[in-house]
Design a protein around this ligand. Structure first.
Ligand code: ATP
Ligand code: MG
Length: 232
């Protein structure tokens, strides 16, 4: 049986995912700064809006750019009207907004929920709160998102910025594990020079793990390269 999927707007990634992001699951894209996580989110948002549905975009780090959206949507009129942009500036607010999503889906025809990124505000909160408590709140948010995707058949796309482990004393490994456990699809993005990127499928319900797709980031977004490139 073929499961419905939402195109990522990038042919190479769609092929990797067997057609796109699955509707009833949490898809998690992780990788270093600049690897293309937000680009992918914006492209998937455009793809969803082209299908006639609205998008909820929770931006926790100011990564949402109208200018970039314009480049990726090829001048699609009134695209901003189709995006419910939520910009929490602390972990409490992120939590509250994740809790509101079911209600938003009840009222509007939402075809995609994006949380970019999951852990920016979580990291800040770790400085204030009890680590176990903060971790359990993160796990609760993920569980809410996962349940929502199943209940509403709405794809949820989250991103996770990965810093080097030395930099963050292992704290991040915990959040990464929580997110990996809850996500049914994991895509790792690796960054190479001049727009070259490698997407690796790390977890999937019906596709081979370890499969790779080369992509390039251009003015028009993430694309399948004309021919395969070699890495330096
Ligand atoms: N118009 C453009 N033409 C070509 N490349 C672009 C263009 N706009 C942005 N980029 C490239 O896209 C990449 C940034 O991607 P993106 O913001 O999606 O990364 P990210 O993974 O979300 O990073 P972060 O973790 O910092 O949020 C950069 O390498 C940037 O040079
Ligand atoms: Mg980003």
């Amino acid at each position: 049986m073929k499961v419905a999927r939402l195109s990522t707007g990038c042919e190479a990634l769609d092929e990797l995912l067997g057609g796109g992001i699955e509707y009833n699951t949490l898809t998690n894209v992780y990788g270093p700064p600049g690897c293309g996580k937000t680009t992918l989110c914006l492209q998937a948002a455009v793809s969803c809006i082209e299908k006639g549905k609205k998008v909820v975009f929770i931006d926790t780090e100011g990564g949402f750019s109208k200018e970039r959206l314009g480049q990726l949507s090829d001048g699609l009129d009134d695209i901003l009207d189709e995006i419910i942009l939520i910009e929490p500036d602390n972990f409490d607010s992120q939590e509250e907004n994740v809790g509101r999503l079911d209600n938003i889906c009840e009222k509007k025809d939402i075809g995609l929920i994006i949380l970019d990124s999951l852990v920016t505000l979580y990291r800040l909160e770790l400085n204030n709160g009890d680590i176990q408590d903060v971790n359990s709140r993160l796990a609760n948010q993920l569980s809410t998102l996962s349940n929502l995707s199943r209940k509403r058949e709405t794809p949820v796309l989250i991103t996770n910025q990965i810093y080097s482990d030395i930099e963050n004393g292992g704290v991040e490994l915990v959040s990464r594990d929580i997110a990996k456990y809850q996500s049914k699809c994991l895509i790792e993005m690796k960054k190479f020079e001049r727009g070259k990127r490698l997407a690796i499928l790390r977890k999937h319900r019906s596709r081979p793990e370890g499969e790779e797709a080369q992509v390039v980031i251009t003015e028009e977004g993430m694309k399948k390269p004309e021919k395969k490139f070699s890495f330096l």
